[in-house]
Design a protein around this ligand. Structure first.
Ligand code: PRP
Length: 215
């Protein structure tokens, strides 16, 4: 299997765009779809394997070399902090991590929020942010529907991703601090990148060209 390239694709918002971009440069396999029950799909002719993973687990597959490369958001990379190479900023999947509070709870100064409970899927990024502000907060880790936290009294505020802004708007939350901006990245296992350099380097160049052509 060593002459195969294994590509990890994350379920969710980046899946379709990443799969279609790869197909555009000739890296595809039959049946690669987000709801496929088959989790490993192979293109024998091109010596490519696809695996479809949960978003948050994707960097782990790449770090351990179970996948040679993967497509993942910078937000997940910053949170998971795995030992992987970042080969390319793909530009799509733009979103930002921010802190939000219910509209009625907006305060004039960041320091006024100290000692609140924060619901988040990004505990490490949230802690780094509050530490950098010199603010102590209690962090409650959730795995989804973060906006529910302040609505039912589990937390006073949230640290979460905003893409279109619809979710925070519909839940009457107000952004009070922007933490960082994120886009999709192509990542690689460091050993795979050395051992399979020619094919992976070629792929990076082809993807760059395809993205340029779209502009
Ligand atoms: C993300 C994020 C927000 C929402 C933001 O959740 O956690 O809830 O998207 O997007 P918007 O600004 O376009 O409304 P996701 O859809 O990944 O699901 P989750 O809440 O189950 O984590």
């Amino acid at each position: 299997m060593n002459d195969y390239i294994t590509i990890a694709l994350p379920k969710g918002k980046l899946f379709r765009r990443s799969r279609d971009l790869l197909a555009q440069v000739g890296w595809d396999a039959e049946g690669v779809s987000e709801d496929s029950r088959k989790l490993v799909l192979t293109n024998e002719e091109k010596k490519i394997r696809f695996i479809i993973t949960k978003t948050v687990d994707l960097p782990t597959y790449v770090e351990y070399g179970a996948a040679d490369i993967g497509f993942i958001g910078k937000d997940v990379l910053l949170e998971e902090n795995k030992d992987v190479y970042e080969l390319l900023d793909l530009g799509y999947g733009k979103c930002h991590l921010m802190m939000a509070v219910p509209e009625a709870k907006v305060r004039p100064d960041m320091a006024d929020y100290a000692h609140l409970r924060v619901a988040t899927k990004y505990p490490r990024c949230a802690k780094r942010f509050f530490d950098s502000q010199g603010i102590q907060m209690d962090i409650v880790k959730l795995n989804g529907s973060i906006e529910l936290g302040p609505l039912i009294g589990l937390a006073e505020c949230i640290v979460d991703i905003v893409e279109t802004g619809t979710t925070i708007r519909e839940n009457k939350l107000c952004e009070v601090a922007r933490i960082f901006t994120s886009t999709a990245r192509l990542i690689a296992n460091p050993v795979s990148f050395k051992l399979k350099f020619d094919r992976l380097h070629g792929l990076v160049q082809d993807l760059q060209q395809a993205l340029e052509a779209e502009k």
